[in-house]
Design a protein around this ligand. Sequence first.
Ligand code: PA5
Length: 464
Amino acid sequence: MPLHLDFTNMMAGQLPGGAGITPSQWAHGASRFATAHARVLAQHAAGTLGFIDLPTDEDALAATLAVARRHGGQVDDVLLLGIGGSALGPIALRSALRPPHWNELTVEQRDGLPRLHTLDNVDPASISAMLSRLSLARTLVLVVSKSGGTVETMAQYLIVRAALDETLGEREARARLLFVTDPEVGALRAVARAEGITTLDIPANVGGRFSVLSPVGLLPAALIGIDVRGVLAGAAACAARCASPELATNPAGVFAVMQWLADREHGAHVQALMPYADPLRDIAAWFVQLWAESLGKIRADGTSVGPTPLPALGATDQHAQVQLFMEGPADKTVTFIKVDGREGEGLIPSRHAERPELGYLGGHTLGRLLEVERQATAGALAARGRLNATITVPAVTAQSVGALLYLFELATAYAGELYEVNAFDQPGVELGKQFAYAMLGRPGSEAARAQWDALPKPDPRWQV
Ligand code: PA5
């Protein structure tokens, strides 16, 4: 079993003080889930949920691998330009499935494979530092944007493109560029057509935060030697396990329902994801975007809904956030991710046996310490009536990572139905975008400019 979800500590009867989801709440959740599952299937049948097709999209995989083979061999560095879903997925895959500190390893330690850098912001200091470090003649630049027009990614592109043109000349610059974007629309697609730049498609029905299993995640992953076929196989295995309309046998359904009930019935509006494994840290960051941007919405009846996802890392956050989880407001769930089979890793030497604070550690392993600490934290939270659950994977492999990513994507689609919101749009980010366009003078943003100009201005009374 590649993935296991234990939600005992979410349930009433297991927790003190009447905390936890009651049997009748769970029964209600199961019946709501049956409808949610049917609606997700119907939307998929209608062609709108393309992320469900990605694990078995052999054509996209073949195209991705062919481009990676053709372009990957000759470079030392891959530089990915993108933001949001176009960057978080690739970062999560690299952290999970390449050895730690991949970009710091020597070329031999990397088996000749390139480093992977991501520019997921427009901080000028980061971009100029990156450009000053890279040899552009030995760098492949991936420009990743579903819409093909996101302001931050386009600004990154214009800067890096100018550097490429200047250093290598326009012809060679074009050969150093790969685009990943919508098959038809957007500025990036138009540039690709005009200049003959190699481009991989993000299916039109796959949105940014659901795109990690498309060429968005797979191309950079393949370029750095990740077993992308294994990632898709793991996702497909998870999809098969989640085909059931019965809540009891559908792990993505259970994740969605337990979080929804915890939020709705128990005030657990903050939902932490806390892997106890450094390689999975960036999956928590990826999950934050997925859960937040998909579920934080205004419903048709005008009410605002949506849990607040929170990234955490065990054991590091035991010394940062766990105090809050234990004694702060009881408004949180914590989902741990446990990696099995690490008991033998990292033997702790037996030294200073005469000192009780050190002697007991000798002969244990770091793997056991990490797992014991996870169990202890889960138990301590439960003892205080704090809701928590544990997802276990057998090891950090391409398959288990693919399964985890798919589990969270499908759970998000189910949760959208439970919350009665569209999990696949993001209207709330539009107004800020329009204001930014207006201030930058983008044509067509005159109405936004007028709205911006009419907003209250900073008041000297309220400044210090
Ligand atoms: O999930 C989403 O749609 C967004 O968060 C996008 O990933 C982000 O805005 C980047 O968009 P794009 O890939 O179109 O550049």
